[in-house]
Design a protein. Structure first.
Length: 461
């Protein structure tokens, strides 16, 4: 059975069920029909014999009268016998191997090698109570009466077999059509396994049944796997590219120190360069580890009641001290806003948005940070009047390692294109959302909206 296809297994199972059901129905119908016929025979033979016995209700000594219907009525053969069971009138057109004894008003069943008979006898009585020396006997061949039933059963059996054959053939075809997506799923899986081509899809079209749902789910799964693999490839490529530059600088500076540096100042300058590149690498590795934990949903989170106003003011103070650019920060922070949040992650989100505004601001420009709340939500806005983001770049800024302005490299502003992807993840972690409005040359505005009572969306490990 293990080597038989599912299509054939289903066909065999429902064929077996159909045969059992059809056999049971035929058996029940046959049994019920036989019972009805035997009950009808018993009623007919009793009625016919009693009717004939009343005809014989005449004075003693007269000849046995012959009724209008003769000695046969409604399939019942009747004879008149004496007390010794000898036939006086009528005849039985059957060869009974056994002649039953005379029993008054009782149906007897006689069965020989081939046939079955019902026999009913009664003694003739006069209306005044006198008993005549005659017996009326009715005989019916049950076997002959059942002939119609046997013919009907044979006919029904033939038609049932024909219908089962048609149903099996049609069912096999329908099951094959219904399971065809499963074959496509298997073939697609085999192609992917052999070629590692994740672009393969089933594409069986629309449908609301379970098989179509399975196939569409499989396609969606392949879409996500392909996207994840592409992101992984891009991530690896970008990480390698970002690490290659500082590594090359470090190697170059080390080579300069060992081969070319002649004074203490030359060595010190190269050492500072090595330190800067090492710090840059350390920051990148730290962010990569954070991104990796986010992807695996293993980032440790600790949600607690947090004063958002105080936290944002603290971050703003810190960013003003860090950035020496000729950029002025303006604050519009509503006091006393409290919510359930992860203090560390939320601080990271604020830092990334504000440092991003400084990094892409213009000399003599402005950075505005605002915080306010309504009935349900808390909103943080960070805007600048810097270089802005082009319309084509807006959908891509949430991608890892993507930088809208390629001329401003990591070497210039420290950005590696990971900040906004982390911002988006942190916003979703708090049940919120982050959006941006920007025009090239006019600046950008980032809006972070979160519910007042955020719920933990990442498992704690």
């Amino acid at each position: 059975m293990k080597k038989i296809s599912i299509k054939l297994k289903i066909t065999l199972w429902y064929t077996l069920v159909m045969m059992i059901v059809a056999g049971a129905v035929l058996a029940i119908l046959t049994s019920a029909s036989q019972e009805m016929i035997e009950r009808d025979i018993a009623e007919r033979i009793t009625k016919s014999v009693m009717t004939f016995s009343r005809i014989l209700d005449k004075p003693n000594g007269m000849d046995i009268p012959v009724p209008k219907f003769g000695f046969y009525e409604q399939g019942v053969h009747m004879v008149v016998c004496d007390d010794n069971n000898n036939v006086i009138a009528g005849n039985i057109p059957f060869e009974l191997e056994t002649v039953p004894e005379l029993i008054d008003n009782e149906i007897q069943t006689v069965t020989d090698s081939k046939n079955k008979y019902y026999i009913y006898t009664t003694k003739v009585r006069r209306r005044n109570g006198e008993i005549e020396p005659y017996w009326v006997k009715g005989v019916v061949s049950v076997t002959d009466e059942m002939y119609a039933i046997r013919s009907a059963v044979k006919t029904n059996l033939i038609f049932t077999i024909i219908l089962i054959i048609i149903a099996v053939a049609g069912g096999y075809f329908i099951i094959g059509r219904a399971l065809s997506p499963v074959t496509k799923i298997r073939n697609t899986a085999e192609k992917i396994s052999k070629s590692s081509d994740l672009s393969q899809r089933i594409h069986i079209g629309g449908g609301k049944d379970e098989i179509h749902s399975l196939a569409n789910t499989f396609d969606n799964m392949l879409d996500k796997i392909e996207q994840a693999m592409e992101r992984e490839k891009q991530f690896t490529s970008d990480a390698s590219h970002e690490l290659r530059t500082p590594v090359a600088v470090i190697l170059s500076e080390c080579e300069y120190m060992t081969d070319c540096a002649k004074t203490y100042d030359d060595v010190k300058e190269s050492a500072y360069s090595v330190k800067y590149q090492a710090e840059k690498m350390s920051k990148l590795i730290s962010e990569l580890l954070t991104i990796s934990r986010m992807d695996r949903n293993t980032m440790k989170t600790e949600f607690e009641e947090t004063d958002i106003s105080e936290l944002l003011n603290f971050v703003c103070d810190e960013q003003e001290e860090i950035h020496s650019e000729n950029i002025t920060m303006h604050r519009d922070i509503e006091e006393g806003i409290v919510s359930n949040a992860d203090r560390f992650l939320l601080a990271r989100l604020f830092i990334n948005l504000i440092s991003n505004a400084y990094s892409y601001g213009k000399d003599g420009g402005n950075v505005t940070v605002s915080l306010y709340q309504d009935k349900d939500n808390i909103t943080v806005c960070v805007s600048d009047d810097g270089i802005g983001i082009s319309e084509n770049d807006l959908p891509k800024i949430w991608e890892r390692f993507y930088q809208a302005d390629s001329s401003r490299t990591a070497n210039e502003n420290g950005s590696m294109g990971l900040g906004l992807s982390m911002v988006k993840w942190i916003a979703e972690c708090h049940g919120g959302d982050v959006s941006v409005q920007s025009k090239s040359g006019e600046g950008s505005r980032f809006n972070f909206i979160m519910p007042k009572r955020s719920s933990v969306s990442v498992d704690t490990v």
